[in-house]
Design a protein around this ligand. Sequence first.
Ligand code: NAD
Ligand code: IPM
Ligand code: MN
Length: 346
Amino acid sequence: MATRIVTLPGDGIGPEIMAPAVELLRRLVADVEIEEHLFGGAAIDAHGTGLTDEVLGACRSADAVLLAAVGGPKWDTTDPSRPRPEQGLLGLRQGLGLYANLRPVRPLPALYDASPLRREIIEGTDLLVVRELTGGIYFGEKTRTADSATDVCTYSIAEIERIVRTGFAAARSKVASVDKANVLETSRLWREVVKRIHAEEFPNVELEHVLVDNAAMQLVAAPRHFDVIVTENMFGDILSDVAAMLTGSIGMLPSASLGDEADGGVGVFEPVHGSAPDIAGQGIANPLAMFLSVALLLRHGLDLESEAAAVESAVDKALDQGLRTRDLGGTANTAEATAAVFAGLA
Ligand code: NAD
Ligand code: IPM
Ligand code: MN
C-alpha cells in the first residue's frame, strides 16, 4: 500500500522549504503519495479559515503530516473576530490530539562557532524539550471587553500525567520539569503530578524542578546540564526558541508533534521556526530544520529509522563540508543548501 503524506506548505518561506522537503521524501520513501493542501493564511485567503474540515479530515487519514509554517503580516490582526493563520495550527494540533511536542536540540560540532554563544558553553549539549501542546493558556477561554482582556490557563491532572510520562520515557538520565510553581496554581498542580509519576513509575530517572525564569538562564549558561526538559505549552514555546540558538540558528530546529493511537496516531512534523516574512520570497531560507523534520517524520511517523538517520547524516556532512546559509553567517541560498544535503545522501 502507498504511504500517504499530507503536506501543508503554509505561508511565507513555507512553500520555499516545503518543495525541497517533498523532493527529499520522494527520494527516501518508495511508493509515496503526497497530498498538498492550503493551510494558514493561504487557506484564509481561499476559504476564510486557516484550517478547513476537509484538510483536517485529510490529515486524520494520512500516515503522517509534514508542515512548514504559517502566518505573516497580511493576516496580522488584533481584532478577535477576524481569522488568524495561527488558529489553523492550533486547531490542527487539537484536532489530531497532538499533546506531545518533541523538540530535540543537538548542536552539531560543525556549527559550534556559528552560535552567538561560546563553543565551550555549547560543546556536548544534547537535550530534548518535551512541550505540552494542546493545553494551558493557548487553549483556555479568551475574552475581551472594552477595557480589559483575559486568557485563562487550565491544566487537568490527566493532561499533565500524559505529557510527564512522555518526558520521563524519553529521558536517558534525567528530567528537568520546568514550571512557575512559586506563582501559578497550574504549576503547583504540575509539580505535584510530576513528583507522583516520578515516584510511582520512574524512580530511577533523576528529577529536578526548575523555575522557568531560571531555566531560560541555565539554557544559555550551562545547557550541557540538561537531558529532557518537560514543560507546559507556553513555557515550552519560549524555551525552545532560546535553545535553538545553541544550534546556531532557529533555522536548524525540527519538531515532532505526537498523540495517542486512540486519537488516530497521526503525527505532525514541522520546523520550530515560523514563516520568516522578513526573508520570504528571496529563496534564501535555511531548509535544514525542514529536512530534519522530514527525518523525524521518517523515524516517528513511518518507522523508517535508517532513512531518518540517512537524512541526519547528510545534513551533518553538508555542514562539515562548509555549508552555511545566511542565518548561519554564510551565503548559501535554499537551492544550494538543498543540493549540498542531497549530494550527501547515501
Ligand atoms: P520566525 O521564526 O518566522 O522568524 C524569526 C527570525 O528567524 C526572522 O528573522 C527569520 O528570518 C528567521 N528565520 C526563521 N526561520 C528561518 C529559516 N528557516 N532560515 C533563515 N532564517 C529564518 O518568527 P516570527 O518572525 O516571530 O514569526 C513570523 C510568523 O510566523 C508569525 O506570523 C508567527 O505567528 C508565525 N510562526 C509560525 C510558526 C509555525 O507555523 N509553526 C512558528 C513560529 C511562528
Ligand atoms: C510554534 C509557534 C506556534 C506556537 C504559533 C505560531 C501558534 O510559535 O510552533 O512554536 O506558539 O505554538
Ligand atoms: Mn514558537
